[in-house]
Write a protein that binds this ligand. Structure first.
Ligand code: SAM
Length: 188
């Protein structure tokens, strides 16, 4: 099975006014996305934030569940968080994945918005399963999603999840769980 990585981004995001911002870290995202990543066999979850105090907070939470009281209280949570890593920027993610795999890196963006050049879930699933020449990182946004410049930097943009109503406001951790399922399990 090819190694596939995940990154949750907070810089170069849009706010509701369409401005470029750095969003705050939602701590439950770290727990829940780490569990989804582990469940669906993704290699590592990178939590990416440019603000040192936020990275320190995320590391403190990780430490609580990995070496503190939580490490013996909830082993499942510890195991999931073992697969997470907190870094400053997307370039750090790319550098670490390159160091681990030695492969050229392909970025797959996710977005709630449709548009041109979207790759379908079956196409993405094929790539992740069969392309062993490249290493893939699936990117998740926060706030009102990634800036157009960040999306342009990606090699692929995944088609959105369409729900069963016109309401299109999934939280990133819910969207992530659905996307990971579709990227791994055939016929979704
Ligand atoms: N309007 C934003 C957008 O265009 O992505 C929604 C931002 S949403 C709160 C934060 C992140 O959750 C998105 O960047 C994407 O990673 C994920 N997300 C949320 N809804 C999604 C959907 N319907 N399809 C795919 N990804 C979604």
């Amino acid at each position: 099975m090819n190694l596939v990585y995940l990154a949750l981004l907070h810089d170069e995001m849009l706010n509701k006014n369409g401005e470029t911002v750095t969003t705050s870290l939602t701590l439950i995202d770290l727990h829940d996305i780490a569990r989804s990543a582990r469940t669906y066999g993704f290699a590592q979850l990178f939590i990416v934030h440019s603000v040192p105090a936020i990275r320190a907070l995320a590391n403190r939470l990780k430490d609580h569940w990995q070496v503190g009281f939580g490490s013996t209280y909830n082993l499942n949570r510890k195991e999931a968080l073992d697969y997470s890593c907190i870094v400053e920027g997307l370039d750090d993610v790319i550098a670490q994945v390159f160091e681990q795999t030695g492969k050229s890196i392909k970025l797959i963006a996710t977005s709630a918005r449709g548009g041109e050049n979207r790759i379908s879930f079956p196409e993405a699933r094929e790539l992740l399963a069969n392309d062993d020449k490249n290493a893939y990182i699936v990117l998740f946004g926060t706030g009102w999603g990634m800036t157009p410049a960040l999306l342009e930097r990606c090699d692929y943009i995944l088609e959105p999840i369409y729900g069963y109503s016109e309401y299109n406001h999934l939280s990133v951790r819910s969207a992530c769980a659905i996307i990971l399922d579709r990227l791994r399990i055939v016929n979704r």
